[in-house]
Design a protein around this ligand. Structure first.
Ligand code: PGA
Ligand code: ZN
Length: 386
């Protein structure tokens, strides 16, 4: 138990060479931590709103710090609520979701450090959420859409190893990623292994199903599920054409995971996919639900999805992110916590996913330092969890 002593905010670069915020937070017992926030590119219209980084820094120094200094750091809900009240908007657009989240994450991290617990364990105790098995890794091995300069409409082609162990999972992903690289070079030449924003290969291919064919070839000897994130708000294709494509993916490649198959307001079309493909396919909301409990309630009322993506920076505080997981559990949905395409080396999302007992975590391919930071943190957590 310790009180907040100081918060310093500064600018750092993210993986897309854009500026983002890092905060250093110090408690009266000397605990000192850093936290930084990611940024999406194919972000949903209903996400909490970040402000310009210089403005966010000013807001932290001039408004958030004076409001929080001297308060008990472990009172996460009260502190997050205080920042929300101070902001005064529905979408955190005054102080900035980036400013608020950076402080919110730093508070959890500082309190965990002060209590002597690993971050994931502290989050587990704080959230009191039940885990229904290990957190499986969702690895994005082929990038398209807004995350790559190729011709693929689909944003992410994912593999999900069927194992409870992070180490085994990372090992399988790494083997398949290497195999896939070799196959891509053989078929399409050296430039086919240039990577996109999340570290997956980004070749131009003859159609949107070919990546699944390549992934199948590369993963032959391993036990994995496959999935996609269409991020369909950014795709110019009719719903009929999209459904036809997903039907083939499910029929031929046994697709297990289908994220944002339609645009962000089309709750009805999501429902259609869920009805057609059944419980065996995880029809998942991301831009549809934006980690927002109101949007999630609508999706539940309309029976649109059976899985949800959880991203702290879509809503802007750790407490609200935990609440979104709690609500998803109540609805019986699969929960997948996720990084963003513009990342820093902060590995908070790994601790968060394990702490809240998420079924999965999306962290890109095992390439690029900012993705590797999450893989390596998951491995570390597995070693700590004895
Ligand atoms: P984003 O993409 O971080 O660019 O929004 C990730 C996703 O859509 O899941
Ligand atoms: Zn998505």
């Amino acid at each position: 138990m310790a009180k907040i002593s100081d918060i310093k905010a500064l600018k750092i670069l993210n993986s897309r060479d854009d500026w983002t915020i890092e905060v250093e937070l110090i408690l009266e017992d000397g605990s000192c931590v850093k936290a930084s926030v990611p940024e999406g590119k194919s972000d949903g219209s209903y996400e909490a709103v970040p402000v310009d980084v210089d403005k966010a820094i000013l807001n932290i120094h001039e408004e958030i710090l004076p409001a929080l200094r001297g308060l008990e750091s472990s009172d996460q809900l009260a502190l997050d609520n205080k920042m929300r009240e101070l902001d005064g908007t529905e979408n955190k657009s005054r102080l900035g979701a980036n400013a608020i989240l950076a402080v919110s994450i730093a508070l959890v991290r500082a309190s965990a450090l002060s209590s002597g617990r690993p971050l994931w364990k502290y989050i587990r105790e704080m959230s009191r959420l039940e885990s229904f098995g290990a957190t499986r890794i969702y690895a994005n091995l082929i990038n398209g859409g807004k995350h790559a300069g190729n011709n693929l409409d689909i944003q992410e082609y994912l593999i999900i190893p069927k194992t409870e162990s992070a180490k085994e999972s990372a090992d399988i992903i790494s083997h398949i990623y290497h195999n896939l690289g070799t196959i891509c070079v053989e078929k399409y030449g050296e430039s086919a292994t240039l990577v996109g924003d999340e570290g997956g290969y980004a070749p131009s291919l003859d159609n949107n199903l070919t990546p699944l064919k390549l992934i199948k070839e590369a993963s032959n000897e391993f036990e994995v599920d496959v999935g996609i994130d269409a991020a369909a708000s950014g795709i110019k294709m009719s719903n009929e054409k999209l459904v036809e494509m997903y039907r083939e993916m499910v029929g031929v490649y046994n697709l297990f995971y289908l994220e944002d198959p339609f645009s962000e307001d089309d709750f009805h079309a999501f429902k259609g996919a869920l009805l057609e493909f059944g419980e065996g396919v995880k029809v998942t909301g991301d831009d549809l639900t934006v980690t927002n409990t109101d949007r999630m309630r609508t999706a539940k009322a309309q029976e649109s999805i059976n899985g949800v993506i959880i991203k702290p920076n879509q809503i802007g505080t750790v407490s609200e992110t935990i609440e979104a997981v709690r609500q998803a559990r109540k609805y019986g949905w699969q929960v997948v916590a996720s990084h963003r395409s513009g990342e820093t080396n902060d590995s908070f999302i790994a601790d968060f996913a394990v702490g809240v007992g998420a079924d999965g975590i999306k962290i890109g391919a095992p390439a690029r330092g900012e993705r590797i930071a999450k893989y390596n943190r998951l491995l570390e957590i597995e070693r700590e969890d004895v």
